[in-house]
Design a protein around this ligand. Structure first.
Ligand SMILES: [Zn+2]
Length: 302
């Protein structure tokens, strides 16, 4: 899955530290990220006509490169996180604006890319750094001022927290919990397709937790709302940070309870169909949904 970065160790705890020679800079503009990318050489199979996988090797500008071009920014960075020995930094607010405006002209070989590139880019730890860094960059960009009194927010020295010097309100990065649900009935699982979206592959039932609701209640409510089924025997499977939408996904397998006739919510879904284990589509995507479909197809203990 997207957070699986091999042997790389992700250190998320906030440190008020200085960059070093390995440090990299995450630079974003809305849903675009600034990277150098190199296309992967096609494999022999791809050259023989097999569908090409569009994976790119990506590189971020190093801290030293940024400071060489923008010496006035030295010391004005914000620490994000580290993966192994590489720490990642961001230039926020006014400090980042000039960088964003001029990056394209200053850094040869780099360019603005849509964040979806990070779903397939490699090395995986760098792609993970990109998507997680973008989430933090967008959070900082949306929290310059206190939502209560309008005063400019300040960064805590000790943790990843912004606070208002006037009314003392505090702001932490937002994460929305959501569920992915594999509804099963013996050797069959309910596969769905979303209504009105470009994404046309089969998926599982999914939805966000509401305020005041336990995650188990989210599972039961989403299944009832989307396909009109009662469920029982909830089994937690695994979670996945999905920074593309500030979400923490939690996967559950459940059994249908009683009547398995689907009543489709057509505003949410266009299709919901029971599918035999061996007929579940094969797809090696990085999402929790893909992994749960794969696990069910292979009949692994869940
Ligand atoms: Zn305030």
């Amino acid at each position: 899955m997207i957070q699986d970065i091999g042997a790389g160790r992700y250190h998320n705890e906030y440190k008020n530290c200085r960059p070093d020679k390995n440090s990299q800079v995450i630079c974003c503009r809305g849903r675009e990220i600034f990277v150098a990318k190199r296309e992967q050489e096609p494999t022999a199979e791809e050259e023989n006509g097999k569908e090409k996988e569009c994976a790119s090797e990506i590189t971020f500008p190093s801290y030293d490169q940024v400071i060489a071009a923008f010496p006035q920014l030295e010391g004005k960075e914000t620490y994000l996180f580290s993966i192994d020995e590489v720490s990642y930094f961001l230039f926020r607010e006014e400090n980042g604006e000039e960088l964003v405006r001029q990056a394209q002209e200053v850094f040869r070989g780099f360019g603005w890319e849509r964040m979806e590139l990070l779903r397939t880019a490699y090395p995986r730890e760098r792609a993970f750094a990109g998507v997680t860094g973008m989430q933090l960059a967008n959070w900082y960009a949306g929290h310059r001022f206190c939502p209560q009194c309008g005063t400019r927010l300040l960064h805590s020295e000790k943790e990843r927290m912004l606070f208002c010097p006037s009314c003392r309100r505090t702001e932490y990065p937002k994460i929305s919990p959501a569920v992915i649900v594999g509804v099963t009935d013996g050797d069959e699982i309910l596969l769905t397709k979303y209504a009105g979206r470009a994404f046309t592959k089969y998926a599982l039932i999914a939805g966000f937790a509401e305020i005041g609701e336990s995650i188990e209640d989210t599972v039961r409510r989403e299944v009832m709302e989307e396909v009109g089924l009662k469920v029982k025997n909830l089994r937690y499977y695994k979670s996945q940070p999905w920074s593309f939408s500030d979400t923490l996904l939690m996967g559950f397998f459940v059994q249908v309870d009683g009547d398995r006739t689907v009543r489709l919510d057509r505003t949410e879904l266009s299709v919901a169909t029971w599918c035999k284990r061996e007929d579940v589509p094969q797809d090696d995507g990085l999402s929790l949904t893909r992994e749960m479909m794969r696990v069910f197809r292979e009949n692994r203990r869940i």
